[in-house]
Ligand binder design. Sequence first.
Ligand code: ATP
Length: 234
Amino acid sequence: MLDLDKIDVFYGEVQVLRQVSLSIKAGEVVSLLGSNGAGKTTTVNSISGVLPIAAGSIEFMGEDISQMAPHARVEKGLIQIPEGRRIFPTLSVKENLEMGSFLKRPKASRRQSMDRVMTLFPILRERTGQAGGTLSGGEQQMLAIARGLMSKPKLLILDEPSLGLAPLLVEEIFKVVQRIRSERVTILLVEQNVPQALAISDRAYVLEEGRVGLSGTGKELLQNPHIKKLYLGL
Ligand code: ATP
């Protein structure tokens, strides 16, 4: 579904990604791991088109999207939920969700999407009229993810969805990811919670200073001595 082939990305003169290659097959959950500043957000911003790539190529569903505008990528079903729960604080939960289905789509289909996300996130159904900004941090993250689902993604990119959440809510987010996957949405997950991310991932890539250091199945990486030492404190 997605193929990054040796992409280079710069901020000004500074090269941040070097020859990063990764691929995701339809139906997979793939994690992108790495310490602070390794280049995870830069990678996903290049995939969504927010950042230009200087070299290499990005293919999505067999099409070269390297030069495609971000909104055109969204229309193809490539949806990114950025880090930091960017919801509209003064709009209600329902209005926030409606903002996610701005794509030209018939009303009936939009209503169906709304129903689907409310079933995935029952807490949002209870709070449809409440202003987004008054939700708890965890609820805001659910809302941000639900809004992304409103545009019927083929590939959903989640950038650190569990950031800053209490342990119980972190668990809830991982359950949500699994529920979304069971709805046949392919997922690229950027995470700092390495053991939990690996446990639900088919495969993962570890970025180290802008390069792919390690990659493998979730199970393999959980057993990898380097990963155990660096991220699992073992
Ligand atoms: P974190 O887990 O801390 O979010 P990350 O792996 O997502 O880290 P990036 O945000 O991709 O890392 O940053 C990669 C490198 O690029 C870092 O050294 C960062 O300082 C640098 N960087 C990020 N954004 C910019 C920018 N707008 N201008 C210049 N340098 C940047």
